[in-house]
Design a protein around this ligand. Structure first.
Ligand SMILES: [Zn+2]
Length: 509
């Protein structure tokens, strides 16, 4: 198990849209990894936040008749309140309008400018206002922006450029030396292919005549810096502000594949120009598809996290997303599939198992845990959970959440089979066999205890409820090495069952 510190970041979310599935997914993955590694003794720090400058925000604010800052405050706040209600944790929330961030971006720009890596030039190109970027002819689809399906405008202006091309060879060499810099590997290959063609330089400014809602360039106050220098530098400015720069080389950036180039080409070359070490790793995920299209506000197929919470609960939503998407690949979001998973895996395999065990403990022993008397079938049950933990830990190490959960659910299947095979409800009809019934329930209570501990990063609310029903304190959730058979002292009481996951009959239309 790795022990090095882990600094996990989500992309900063642009305040032109309210929190949706894509935002939720990546923030939740950060929360899962933080909980998972902390329970295994690793130092973890997580950062998320909002990206607030640019044409689109200025335009949205103007449309709403408010100042850009007021618009940004409202949407940024919405992210924080949504994450709180959705049970997502992070250590720091940064806004690109925070004064420390603005000052840090200006400091970095001044340094890169002083080194001669920022120059002034005229630029003529095809510009999409929706994307806030220039397009190369070959990137267009039938002459239209591939995202907005509108023809870009041809504009010409004087701007500042970052000499990104000067770092191209060095970046390519770094990727060859450090192939694990980008994960999964398919994305690394995509980036190295990109770096074998000329990457050009990066326009990093906008004249204030066209845009004022941005960070003023420290060397020319007629200009503001354009989105990427502003947004990417947050990963460092937050640490600088918090006095945690020792975490910098430990950065693991969680990103979607739509911002791969910005994080795999723009960002490392900026870091090189600023004289900073590179991040440790990019973790690139695919897109959630719905009706076979990329989810976006403009396409109208938005999944709202708090609506999902209201219908199914936070944990069922988390479980479905983690179980359904192979990290790195695209996945299809379907509420029907969510309901199927909820009923089969959560209500049935886990919820019913817990209910049966707790109910029998009440019925036969008034909730009091009985002594163990291990038999080979009991050892096999324990062994199933030892295997589950080992597989889960290996899988989460490679971000294969779906495989990790499968491993844990194999142990739950084993526990359900164990109930059928040991048949405590039949044995209990014979008074002389009651000690064996008690021993069986003790083994099963241990199975629930370990399940709660292993499931905590993925199902945090459920893990706490289950621990409460077992009469165990929350602090022990992280005691992963507590030996099997030692969680329940003589006379320990468990509670009457509660439905952890009520079955859902049909997905709402
Ligand atoms: Zn566009």
């Amino acid at each position: 198990m790795p022990t090095d510190p882990l600094y996990l970041t989500t992309p900063l979310f642009y305040v032109n849209a309210e929190p949706h599935l894509g935002h939720f997914y990546i923030t939740m993955v950060g929360d899962v990894l933080a909980r998972f590694w902390r329970a295994r003794g690793r130092t973890v720090f997580t950062l998320t936040g909002t990206d607030e400058h640019g044409d689109k925000i200025a335009q949205a604010a103007a449309d709403a008749g408010v100042e850009p800052r007021a618009h940004a405050d409202r949407v940024s706040n919405l992210f924080r309140t949504t994450w709180e209600e959705a049970g997502l944790r992070y250590d720091h929330f940064i806004r690109t309008t925070d004064t420390y961030h603005v000052a840090f971006v200006q400091k970095v720009l001044a340094e890169v400018h002083a080194r001669g890596d920022i120059y002034f030039s005229s630029y003529r190109g095809l510009y999409c206002y929706g994307c806030e970027r220039f397009y190369q002819e070959r990137e267009l689809v039938d002459g239209l922006c591939p995202d907005h399906k509108v023809a870009p405008a041809e504009i010409s202006e004087e701007n500042y450029f970052f000499r990104m091309s000067a770092y191209q060879e060095r970046l390519l060499a770094t990727l060859e030396k450090q192939p694990d810099l980008i994960f999964p590997d398919g994305y690394r290959r995509e980036v190295t292919a990109l770096l074998r063609e000329p990457i050009g330089d990066l326009c990093i400014s906008r004249p204030k005549s066209r845009l004022t809602w941005g960070i003023t360039l420290p060397f020319d106050d007629r200009y503001v810096t354009y989105v990427w220098f502003d947004a990417l530098v947050n990963y460092v400015s937050a640490l600088d502000h918090l006095g945690k720069m020792d975490l910098w080389p430990a950065a693991h950036h969680l990103i979607g594949k739509d911002i791969l180039k910005q994080h795999a080409v723009f960002w490392p070359t900026m870091l090189m120009a600023a004289g900073l070490p590179l991040f440790r790793r990019l973790y690139v995920h695919g897109h959630w598809q719905m009706d076979a299209g990329k989810m976006s506000k403009s396409l109208g197929n938005v999944v709202r996290p708090l609506e999902m919470k209201a219908r199914y609960g936070n944990d069922a939503f988390r479980y479905y997303l983690l179980r359904e998407m192979a990290y790195g690949q695209d996945a299809e979001f379907s509420e029907d599939a969510l309901v199927t998973r909820l009923n089969a895996d959560l209500a049935n395999s886990l919820g019913n198992l817990a209910s049966r065990i707790l109910a029998m403990q009440q019925r036969y022993f008034q909730g009091v845990i009985q002594p163990r008397s291990p038999e080979p079938i009991d050892d096999a049950l324990r062994e199933a959970f030892v295997t589950a933990r080992r597989e889960l830990e290996a899988r989460i190490g490679e971000l294969a959440f779906h495989r990790g959960l499968e491993a844990l659910w194999r142990a739950l299947d084993h526990a359900n089979k164990y109930v059928v095979e040991t048949a405590p409800f039949t044995l209990a009809k014979d008074k002389a066999r009651l000690p064996r019934v008690g021993a069986i329930l003790h083994e099963l209570s241990e199975a629930l205890r370990v399940t709660a501990q292993l499931a905590e990063p993925f199902l945090p609310e459920t893990a706490r409820r289950l621990f409460g029903l077992l009469g165990l304190p929350d602090e022990r959730l992280a005691h992963l090495d507590l030996p099997w058979g030692q969680a329940f002292a003589p006379g320990h009481h468990t509670s009457a069952p509660e439905a952890l996951f009520p079955r859902v009959e049909v997905a709402p239309a």
